[in-house]
Ligand binder design. Sequence first.
Ligand code: ATP
Length: 591
Amino acid sequence: MLFKTLSDYYEKLSKTQSRIEMVNILSEMFKQAAKGEISKLIYMTQGQLAPNFIGIEFGVADKIMEEAIMIATGYNKEEVESEYHKQGDLGEATENLIKSSKLARMSSKKYDVSDVYGSMYKIATISGKGSKEIKIRMLAELIAASDPIEAKYIVKYPLNSLRLGVGDETILEALSLMSTSERSNKSILDRSYNICSDLGEIGEIVLEGGIEAAKNMKVSLFKPIRPALAERLPTASEILNKMGGKCAVEQKYDGFRCQVHKDGNKVKLYSRRLEETTSMMPDIVKAVQDSIKAEKVIFEGEALAYNESTEEFLPFQETIQRKRKYGINEKIKELPLHLMAFDIMYLEGEDLLNKPYETRRELLEKAITGSDVISPSTRIITDSPKEFEEFFENSVENGLEGIVAKDLRSHYIAGARKFSWIKMKRSYRGELSDTLDLVIIGYYRGKGSRAELQFGGLLCAVYNKKRDMFETITKLGTGFTEDQMRKLQELLTKIKVDSKPARVDSLIEPDFWVYPKYVVTVKADEITESPMHTCGRSMQPDGTEAGYALRFPRLVGEEAIRADKSPEDATDTSEVIEMFSQQKKVSLSNK
Ligand code: ATP
């Protein structure tokens, strides 16, 4: 496919306000792709070069791009910067500069998608002396051979500013439509995605062998599995009821989720977002290499800082200090990590996802014996609400967050939040005090005392995975420090968009729309029904429509933004509905 064709599709994508239309455009685009090309198209459309777990970054800063634009267009620094200032985006600036340039284009070479991808890959991976100059030259060559629209996307792609609004679910639905003319076969692809986390690979498999080939995909080493997630319930009896009267109850540790892949001496670790975190935890890597007997294994647990003298786990605020690129070796001594393992998904060539929890637990315990640093999560198996409650109270007294109950019969349900795992935290008692992770979709101009900061608050949404849409749940105006407001204002101005993005469902119009990118953690007193918000909106018995909203929402946490969560990791609409019904039960039982 010519890069020109791809940029025309990108123009269509960025102009549509309908998600259905977006899927149609993508599916049509994928149909044009050749073998070996569709994976590149998918990564490019997501603004990446490879799946997240490979972790390749472009390493192209605005300054490098500006120099490339100057060489390719003949404009000087002031002209490029002034247009950038006007447009707020270098890609749009380049499009305008080329359109109004009187210079003849330097080259008429027609690049195809693989050429552009190949150059970008080289640009991202080249390092060492002189690499900056090579990057500038390669970018300039691409821009010089492009028409204004192509140039816009050449510039936007490595600067992470494509903002096409395409999410993982959107791509899976488009692949289903491409391959079977049906959107609904996406559910087959969901499973494949949950076990390989690589949309490009799925694209290639579907293109070559159709949807049937995707059905046969198996778990493999060094392709992280999308994590199983937990539902929430507030009492031991409700959890036991839901799980058929008996279940395992494990301590819930508050650290970093860590998926370990081991093949002989080769070990890699992945986070909850499936980014590689191997270099952050050399102590865990060494413990796996030294003490895990299994040759080929994938297992997971929670890594958290541990005080060896008092044998106590440290709070998350301490563990988070290990999240650093430099000075790791000093921090290892100060804050050694302990890995509390809670599941195993693959062992010596066998995919264990469809084995029941109890079988997996036995295999896990055998596989990890003999290490001081890695141990199985502490747990009980019980059918007694009293024993369950005591275990919970005991865990909380020991400084832990609560418990995660596990259905003894259940498979490992990758990439989904299901009742086979149910969490219970101390905070669930009484009022709604569990936090919600919300996506910022818009913001307001500052008025009165906030006028100087130009920041008046946020419009926030939950993610509805079933609809693949962001649905509004609250405006958020309190809980910010001045620093946080400044930071948010700075970050949000950069992702402003002219109109409501296609995957946003909102009845409210904020002063500025932003591209759904950042997640904030919010606490509220209550979930209420509201005609204003689209979260879980449905028809009421009186014929009106209502959704859910938050009462007295406020921002929590020192960092304004949750860097470890992507928009699709935000609280899901179904969780809000569940929390609302729990809250109703609690308030009834308190009457
Ligand atoms: P939270 O903020 O409550 O940790 P989350 O959205 O990150 O929520 P959930 O699936 O809702 O994830 O809750 C389970 C999380 O708890 C897992 O992601 C994992 O990191 C952590 N965890 C700690 N101990 C356990 C355990 N024994 N079993 C499963 N998960 C555990």
